[in-house]
Write a protein that binds this ligand. Structure first.
Ligand code: MBD
Ligand code: FE
Length: 299
């Protein structure tokens, strides 16, 4: 049985590398690494070589997401599982693996057409302490919980759930949200480790592949500092500070330089392994800046 163990890395296509360099470092606190290629920047959140690659590209969207498996045996077993399920994939060349700083990777697409990679063996630079892009009280919460979570575009929610189940994630509908138009949104949340969800979908049609990336600080004061910086820079906040019913994280959502959202969080509980659903959040998460695909009634 081969299952993915974490959402390990992301590639983002960004039209304004300079704006992203400032946002990632000065707002979020990530470490920006420029290796001189000219067409990309690396973002560190821990000791990995990188967790995010910013690729200079006009599309301002998700370029790819990388799901980790433990090692070469799981990597081989995953290929057998995908083949048996009739899901097409290609095995990355040595050059492609080196580009991602991993020992091996597969390239495929999820049912929504989102470029998906399955990899093992990330380069971890244990000799290079994480150096935040701005002062931080604590760290980014990664480790066995991976980078965070993404909300993705999926036209066929059931097909998406089957695909992510095949990869080894579990989960289902966690909210019934009554929309102003009378419809009930029933978003799915799926997990593969202690992080309450690593991927979610089913919030309705989306312009981009990705609605948001959520990442988490270990220290509440870093969330507070990020919030002060976002407010000081008058960056659009789509959802105000609030606490989700499912992961119970204190979060807010603000625009990134590509015009989609980063959800800054702290204090999430772990996945419980038992399905529940909710009709609203615990508190907060009021709608503020409109047009980011998050104009949903969470309270
Ligand atoms: C989340 O992380 C989220 O983005 C939404 C919309 C609801 C619950 C948890
Ligand atoms: Fe989220």
């Amino acid at each position: 049985m081969s299952v993915v163990t974490e959402l390990g890395y992301l590639g983002l296509s960004v039209s304004d590398l300079a704006a992203w360099r400032a946002y990632a470092a000065e707002v979020a606190g990530m470490e920006v690494v420029d290796e001189g290629e000219g067409d990309r920047l690396y973002l560190r959140m821990d000791l990995w070589h990188h967790r995010i690659v910013l690729h200079a590209d006009a599309s301002d969207d998700l370029a790819y997401m990388g799901w980790r498996v433990a090692g070469p045996q799981e990597f081989a077993a995953m290929q057998e599982k995908l083949s048996a399920a009739g899901i097409p994939f290609t095995v990355g060349s040595e050059t492609e693996a080196r580009e991602r700083r991993v020992l091996g990777l597969l390239k495929l697409a999820d049912p929504g057409g989102n470029p998906t990679e399955i990899f093992f063996g990330p380069q971890v630079d244990t000799h290079k302490p994480f150096h935040p892009g701005r002062p931080m009280f604590g760290k980014f919460l990664t480790g066995s919980q991976g980078i965070g979570h993404c909300i993705l575009r999926q036209d066929d929610v059931e097909a998406a759930a089957r695909f992510y189940e095949l990869l080894g994630l579990r989960g289902s509908v966690e909210y019934h949200l009554h929309l102003p138009n009378g419809m009930v949104a029933q978003p799915y949340f799926m997990h593969c480790n202690d992080r309450q969800h690593s991927v979610a979908f089913g919030l309705g049609p989306m312009e981009k592949r990705i609605n948001h990336l959520m990442f988490e600080y270990t220290d509440l004061d870093d969330l507070g500092m990020a919030h002060d910086i976002v407010r000081g820079k008058k960056i659009d906040v789509a959802l105000q500070l609030g606490k989700h019913a499912n992961d119970q994280a204190l979060t807010f959502y603000c625009a990134n330089p590509s015009g989609w959202l980063w959800e800054f969080g702290w204090g999430a509980r772990h996945s419980t392994g038992q399905q529940e659903y909710y009709t609203r959040d615990i508190f907060g998460h009021g709608n503020e800046a409109a047009g980011y695909g998050m104009d949903i009634p969470l309270l």
